[in-house]
Design a protein around this ligand. Structure first.
Ligand code: SF4
Ligand code: SF4
Length: 179
């Protein structure tokens, strides 16, 4: 498992070298990590991820509430997909808060095998429109001075790819197609 042939823009590698990155959570916030669908897990395992890279997480109320905020107006669907008392897969996170798949130069998985949320971040969609999550430690946002085409360029993505990825994520997580 290595990322030498990966098509990542170098800004994420520089971000990883400098510390932080979006692949690190503040310790204590692990339950908020996005869920992994079975198809995402299979793709990750095909690229070398092992059992130790995954964690079985209870569907806690803070996790579900956070997902409801991510998909406004779809709380009923979210609560059905992640019921109280159930569990889901997420990434395993080390004591310092970093994903166990984070290497010194970024993610150890090739880009097309990474979780869909990772591939989309910091982009997202709401009401059919692209947006991005402001994240102070994101080097790409610092260098782009915000979002828009400059951020897409630095992260090697495009509007079309963001839309495709977002809809793929919805399908993988069990959310209905949006018309
Ligand atoms: S799977 Fe890769 S891109 Fe996603 S959080 Fe872990 S290290 Fe980062
Ligand atoms: S998307 Fe932003 S925060 Fe995440 S690794 Fe790349 S530069 Fe860093």
């Amino acid at each position: 498992m290595d990322n030498e042939s990966d098509a990542d823009s170098d800004v994420c590698a520089r971000c990883a070298t400098a510390s932080g990155t979006c692949c690190t959570l503040a310790p204590g916030n692990e339950e908020y990590c996005f869920p992994l669908s079975a198809s995402e897990r299979v793709r990750m395992e095909g690229a070398g991820a092992e059992a130790l890279h995954f964690f079985r997480q209870a569907n806690t109320a803070p996790f579900v509430d956070n997902l409801c905020r991510l998909f406004p107006g779809e709380s009923e669907t979210i609560r059905g997909l992640f019921p109280n008392g159930g569990e889901h897969d997420r990434l395993a996170i080390g004591a310092g808060g970093a994903c166990l798949l984070l290497g010194p130069q970024g993610c150890l998985l090739p880009r097309d095998a990474r979780p869909l949320y990772c591939r989309l971040f910091p982009f997202w969609m709401r009401s059919g429109r692209e947006l991005y999550f402001q994240f102070d430690r994101c080097r790409a946002q610092q260098e782009a001075g915000g979002g828009g085409p400059g951020l897409m360029l630095r992260l090697g993505t495009s509007s079309a790819e963001i839309q495709t990825m977002y809809h793929e994520l919805r399908r993988a997580w069990g959310l209905p197609e949006q018309t």
